[in-house]
Design a protein around this ligand. Structure first.
Ligand SMILES: [Zn+2]
Length: 443
């Protein structure tokens, strides 16, 4: 197991914002996590680049983090009613943030996945007469009622929560019509109410190009759907798929400008297979994020960094579709851009685990374990513009916390294919406690 050296330990402890002796009128914490080998703040401003507090503890009051620091200091905040969570020698990290998913869908496209594993690419699927991609999902999803869509997504959302994901961004876009898009975003709200997972809605009407041409569809989107989404508060972002055979840069500019007029911030699926200039538009429009980005040029990266636009990439998706050019995250990291990691969960990429995303990112995309953990926490929160509230263990931020049953945070990116999340806390409430199912093995 990796530990900080003796001298470093003192520095880390001294830098931690905590009262050594709280004043007597400080109310006790509602919840305290003790027994952790590491608390990982996910604060890139710390000397070690991520903020590991060896032997640290965390106190929660209400929905917020009250204090974090050495266990002896946090123990002073324990009162008669304080709930103690025993981390059992594991680590405490911020709740994971999945900043790009298509959580709400019915049906799966596993047959498409297996055709791809057998060597068929997009052209091969067409030549074989197979309907694939968003049109295949549309045939199943268009016109489904809100409850049915929510039911289809609930089990996935619960699994994601059990894997440590406490915030999920999700997009509409499988019905390709006004009512289906609204139903998808309303279903997402229902999933939030039922599971307690925080949902961030994104309107993605421009997900696939209608066969009968885009002009009328885009006109209706701009005149009716975007205003309706904003009026009902169903989304914070508007996303457009900009790629050959989908939407053009100019069409995207029109949609995102209309969305900006009603307060929806921009996101783009773009430059995934070909560099079509989507990133340059994203920088020009100060988009929140460019997503995929496999083909981004060095000039694109500089423009995005200057604009404060994040890049979110999906090594699990690249793996699932056999992308010929998976993202090289080292290029991103060197450009000074905010780099976020997500699953891109969708009907052809049934990928729920941000722990697994970390494993993919290190092995396939050249990230360090520190970069990968920041990618699924603070950097993912920045990509959905919630970093002032979530993404790091900082007093005053929302108490979204996960106890992982690993001795060192780097193990999260190493033990791929397993679930290390033991206790998942959202807004100060314990929503998952796997330790009750796994009584402690005394060592
Ligand atoms: Zn996507």
């Amino acid at each position: 197991m990796s530990r900080v050296r003796h001298g470093e330990k003192k520095v880390l402890a001294r830098e931690t914002p905590v009262q050594d002796k709280p004043p007597t009128d400080t109310p006790p914490a509602d919840l305290v996590i003790l027994g952790a080998r590491q608390v990982v703040l996910c604060d890139p401003g710390k000397p070690d680049g991520i903020g590991v507090v060896e032997g640290g503890a965390v106190a929660v009051r209400g929905e917020l983090i009250a204090a974090v620091g050495p266990a002896f200091a946090i123990m002073a905040l324990i009162g008669a009613q304080t709930r103690i969570v025993d981390a059992r020698g594991g680590i405490v990290a911020p709740g994971l943030v999945d900043c790009h998913t298509h959580l709400i869908f019915e049906g799966d496209r596993s047959s498409e996945y297996f055709h791809r594993t057998q060597g068929l690419d997009d052209e091969g699927l067409v030549a074989a007469g197979l309907v694939w991609g968003v049109p295949a999902s549309r045939a199943i999803n268009a016109g489904l009622p809100v409850e049915r869509l929510a039911e289809a997504a609930l089990r996935r959302a619960r699994s994601m929560l059990a894997l440590g994901t406490t915030t999920i961004e999700t997009k509409s876009g499988y019905g390709l019509d006004h009512d289906s898009d609204l139903a998808s975003l309303e279903a997402a709200r229902l999933v939030e109410e039922v599971t307690g997972v925080e949902i961030v809605g994104t309107y993605l009407g421009a997900h696939a190009r209608p066969r009968d041409g885009a002009a009328r569809y885009l006109d209706q989107m701009i005149a009716d759907t975007i205003p309706a989404v904003a009026e009902r508060g169903l989304a914070e972002f508007c996303d457009v798929y900009v790629d050959p055979d989908v939407f053009t840069v100019e069409e995207c500019r029109r949609v995102l400008a209309a969305a900006a007029d009603v307060g929806l911030a921009a996101k783009l699926h773009t430059d995934a297979r070909v560099n079509v200039g989507g990133a340059r538009l994203a920088a020009e429009m100060k988009a929140a994020s460019v997503d995929h980005g496999n083909m981004l040029s060095d000039d694109d990266l500089r423009a995005l960094a200057d604009a404060g636009t994040s890049v979110a990439f999906f090594p699990g998706f690249d793996w699932a579709v056999g992308h010929p050019r998976p993202v090289n995250a080292r290029r991103f990291a060197c450009s000074g851009i905010n780099v976020a990691l997500a699953t891109d969960l969708c009907p052809v990429c049934w990928h729920l685990s941000q722990q697994m995303s970390m494993g993919f990112a290190c092995r396939l995309s050249g990230m360090s374990p520190e970069e990968a953990l920041l990618g699924v926490t603070l950097n993912a929160a920045k990509a959905i513009r919630r970093d002032a509230r979530i993404g790091s263990i900082t007093p005053g931020k929302q108490a979204d916390l996960v106890v992982f049953d690993v001795p060192d945070f780097r193990q999260l990116a190493f033990r791929f294919g397993s679930n290390a999340a033991a206790v998942v806390i959202k807004k100060g409430r314990v929503l998952v406690d796997a330790t009750r199912l796994n009584p402690r093995d005394e060592q």
